[in-house]
Write a protein that binds this ligand. Structure first.
Ligand code: PHE
Ligand code: ZN
Length: 877
């Protein structure tokens, strides 16, 4: 330690060399623990001063160094005191603060200052719409004060904050408010105490001019909990659905998992500038406004569902994440995979279980399968990272949920509950690992999960090839699995794959009961007696395993299952397979006219049956009418021409719209007569209405435009208005202009609805979509500083097969430009665009070369964030 280094410049120089790689295997327990921390904030929008008092003790399990390492990021120590005395025994190592300590326990005090208004990364303490808020996961706390910013250091937090009373009438932090007061100079203060020890990533502070929707919840043991949803004045009438969802979540977690809330207060704050969906800070959840605010006039049914699931998700983290937290960030799926499963089960219980399952599988296939087959593939428990923000992925979240769901499927609901009870009991108050979770499930359920642990370590979506033969009265099912090679993982071992199956008798149309088989070898056969003819196989029912099934079969069998499978997911899957098989074969002129006609006829027959089936509810009908996405279709082939797939898919829609015109218009008329309501029947009507309108417009643009503009004008809710506008956006003509102008004018000033206005135009298939996107980027309502707005325009483009993959390469350039311009402002949000260009190896060569060139142009730009550098480097690598 030398004194001279105290003069070190506050801002660490940006890393010029490649950032270091952090390895899971290198985990070491912390040298020092921080049982308590007291934080004192003097708040200001562009200057906030922080004094942090850490009581530190040497960790007996540590390796015994005498230096305390406190992480920092873009902050400078204004003063350092040890046991109350200013000291010189400290220095900076990069952005970390190192303090030499002689004893076993000390009080270390550090002062820092920051400019929240200048914080465009939205990590640490930042300003949004005149209020102050924090985001600390994963490594944002170090932008507020120096601290061992790792999830296995748990502390009890006491927070005091003072600020201008007019500007910040509401002052919030974790736990309970213990004292408040006013000063003569127009400032006021509040003191908060959180009795539950927590890692720094769960710290939060909010200060601003907010109003609350207030309610109370009484827990199963009789604890009265005050609930507040804080928003800006004027928004409070849009918070009731969030409040209802919160109360439902609290009740559900008591019943489904035996988990009760553990404080007297639960605050939720809605913030308009937020990188992610929401954050589970202890007792003070911070939410992106889009997951809080809803009323029928401004929010679609999908928005309502999103609110219910994210409110649930963050609430459920109170146990799966907060009471039991993660030892290190490689264990992220411990809290995220499990919490996603919990929110999925919650939403399924609140609404339609089969429809929820289909939606979750669509999300997985649309977002996670492409990740698993690309350059950024990683196991749900990664082995290394450069920037942890890049690992908040569909793999860690959604595949992580599927992996835990498989354990539940194999154990059964009740035994699984014994496993989770044991896990919560055993690890309450601890920072745990995925291995701890698996052990608890193993012991609680009695399953042997030795081989199953491969799901945590192997990346890639297993491919299961299926054949079914028949001899005598025995049907033999032969299954073979391969797990594809992924970056850094060439050779894979077979994994246990639980498959729910049923065998249908062709004559009776029935099956003799569902069974669960577990494929745990590379290849295995299963024999089933009692079949006079070859049965029809229904496999991976309920999507019991997150695998790709390869099973070439007759359209006739798929039509059979699409019409009658008693597992709703399998029925949906049969419909999807029918379309996938046809489109994959048809792309690029791969089918003779007669074959194409036969393929279409089979699909038309299945569609007609779905439209006509009176036993189906409209929600499920709408679901079954959705064609597989271009992204999912592109996944089926090694090298895809997404544009050609898009064209072929549109051609099929055109044919279906013409072939089934009368059925579709009758359906559209019927469901249009159902009045608005939040009940399942009315929601189903709106879903079927949207799907019918899409196909009608594909078949006959004039009829589609007439119906869409009528639906738009008559709409008394956002679901109908948006589904009409979606269709109009694809069409050319006066109706489009009328509706877009009306929409913008009608919802001016409502940021979340204006986001939709951008999103609808950027995701449509209009011939001029790229020019529209360019013009919209210059629109006065567009800004790079709001992540929701950036995603509304540019993520919509990146996901639009027609715009993004335009053969001019202009779509790639627009995303490349965005990455270059946004990275200096907000690396975390920027890095999420890279994987779209990163898929070049799976795209036909002409486009692949342009995508790759765009990545190289990004890499050539000197100062990239760690976030973007890691993603681009791996995508080119
Ligand atoms: N932990 C949050 C969630 O899943 C996500 C999040 C990560 C939010 C990082 C902000 C920053 O609920
Ligand atoms: Zn989460």
């Amino acid at each position: 330690m030398d004194i001279a280094s105290n003069a070190a410049h506050p801002e660490a120089a940006p890393a010029i060399t490649a950032p270091p790689v952090i390895h899971r295997e290198d985990y070491r327990p912390p040298e020092w623990l921080v049982p308590q921390i007291a934080l004192d904030f003097r708040l200001g929008i562009d200057a906030t001063h922080v004094t942090a008092k850490l009581s530190v003790t040497r960790n007996p399990a540590g390796e015994g160094g005498s230096t305390l390492r406190l992480n920092g990021d873009q902050i400078a120590p204004l003063a350092v005191r040890v046991d109350g005395e200013a000291v010189n025994d400290w220095r900076l190592d990069g952005s970390d603060l190192l303090v030499a300590l002689s004893g076993e326990a000390h009080e270390v005090e550090v002062e820092t200052a920051m400019n929240p208004a200048g914080n465009s990364q939205l990590m640490g303490l930042y300003a949004s719409n005149g209020m102050l808020c924090t985001q600390c996961e994963a490594e944002g706390f170090r932008r507020i004060t120096f601290f061992p910013d790792r999830p296995d250091v748990l502390s009890t937090y006491s927070v005091r904050m003072a600020g201008d009373k007019a500007q910040f009438p509401i002052l919030l932090s974790n736990g309970n408010c213990t004292a408040t007061g006013e000063n003569a100079d127009g400032t006021h203060w509040a003191q908060w105490h959180d009795p539950w020890p927590k890692p720094s990533y769960l710290f939060a502070l909010v200060a601003g001019d907010l109003v609350a929707n207030h309610a109370q919840f009484i827990t199963q043991s009789g604890r009265k909990v005050d609930l507040n949803i804080w928003v800006r004045a004027g928004d409070e009438q849009r918070t009731q659905h969030a409040m209802d969802s919160l109360i439902a979540s609290m009740k559900w977690d008591e019943q489904a998992f035996g988990r009760e809330y553990d404080l007297d207060l639960f605050n939720v704050v809605a913030v308009s500038d937020f990188n992610m969906g929401a954050m589970e800070n202890k007792g003070l959840n911070v939410f992106n406004t889009r997951y809080v605010l809803a009323e029928p006039e401004t929010a679609t049914d999908a928005d309502y569902d999103g609110i219910e699931s994210v409110i649930g998700h963050e609430y459920f983290h109170n146990w799966s994440g907060n009471r039991v937290t993660c030892r290190d960030w490689f264990q992220l799926s411990l809290k995220e995979g499990f919490t996603v499963l919990r929110d999925q089960l919650f939403s399924a219980d609140m609404g339609s279980e089969p429809v929820k399952r289909i939606e979750d599988v669509r999300t997985l296939r649309g977002g996670q399968f492409p990740e698993d087959s690309g350059p950024l593939a990683h196991p749900i428990r990664p082995d290394s990272y450069q920037e942890i923000s890049n690992f908040y992925t569909a793999t860690v979240y959604n595949k992580g949920a599927e992996v835990i769901r498989m354990m539940r499927t194999m154990a059964g609901t009740e035994r699984f509950r014994q496993g989770t009870d044991l896990y919560f009991d055993r690890h309450d108050g601890e920072a745990a690992t995925c291995e701890d979770f698996v052990k608890a499930i193993e012991q609680g359920t009695g399953l042997d999960l030795t081989q199953f642990r491969l799901w945590y370590s192997q990346a890639g979506t297993p491919q299961v090839s299926v054949s079914l033969t028949h001899e005598g009265d025995v049907a033999t099912l032969t299954l073979a699995q391969t797990v594809p090679a992924t970056p850094d993982q060439a050779d894979k071992q077979p994994m246990p794959i639980p498959l729910r199956i049923a065998l249908y008798d062709r004559d009776t149309g029935c099956h003799a009961g569902e069974r669960l088989i577990v494929l745990d070898k590379a290849k295995e056969s299963f024999a089933f007696g009692g079949f006079a003819r070859l049965p029809v196989l229904s496999i991976n029912r309920g999507f019991s395993a997150p695998v790709a099934i390869e099973f070439e079969r007759d359209a006739e069998d798929l039509v059979f299952l699409a019409a009658r499978d008693d597992d709703p997911f399998a029925r949906y899957e049969a419909m999807q397979s029918l379309v996938v098989q046809h489109l994959v074969a048809a792309v690029g002129g791969g089918l003779a006219d007669a074959e194409r006609a036969a393929g279409r006829a089979a699909i038309g027959k299945a569609f007609a049956a779905i439209i006509a089936d009176e036993a189906l509810d409209d929600l499920m009908r709408g679901e079954l009418m959705m064609l597989p996405t271009v992204a999912y279709l592109a996944e089926q082939v090694l090298v895809a021409d997404p544009y050609a797939i898009h064209e072929e898919r549109e051609a099929l829609k055109h044919w279906l719209g013409g072939e089934l015109a009368s059925e579709l218009t009758a359906l559209h008329d019927r469901v249009s007569a159902v009045p608005y309501g939040r009940d399942a029947a009315a929601r189903g009507a709106r879903k079927a209405k949207a799907q019918a309108l899409i196909l009608i417009a594909s078949g006959d643009a004039a009829e589609g435009a007439a119906r869409a503009i009528a639906q738009y004008r008559a709409a008394d809710n956002m679901t109908d208005r948006q589904s009409a506008l979606t269709v109009l956006c694809n069409l050319e003509g006066p109706e489009r202009d009328e509706a877009l102008a009306d929409f913008h004018q009608r919802y001016q000033g409502n940021a979340l609805v204006i986001d939709k206005w951008f999103q609808l135009q950027a995701s449509c298939f209009h011939p001029q979509v790229l020019n529209h996107v360019k013009a919209l980027a210059g629109h006065p309502d567009f800004t790079l500083s709001n992540p929701n707005r950036v995603r509304a325009l540019f993520m919509s483009l990146a996901l639009n097969p027609k715009g993004f993959h335009d053969v001019s390469g202009e779509g790639y350039r627009l995303i490349g430009d965005l990455i270059r311009r946004l990275d200096p402002l907000n690396p975390q949000t920027t890095a999420r665009f890279v994987p779209h260009l990163g898929r070049w190896r799976r795209i036909e060569p002409v486009r692949a070369a342009m995508m790759r060139a765009e990545l190289e142009a990004i890499m050539a730009q000197g100062e990239l964030s760690r976030d973007v550098r890691e993603q681009v480097g791996k995508s080119l690598g």
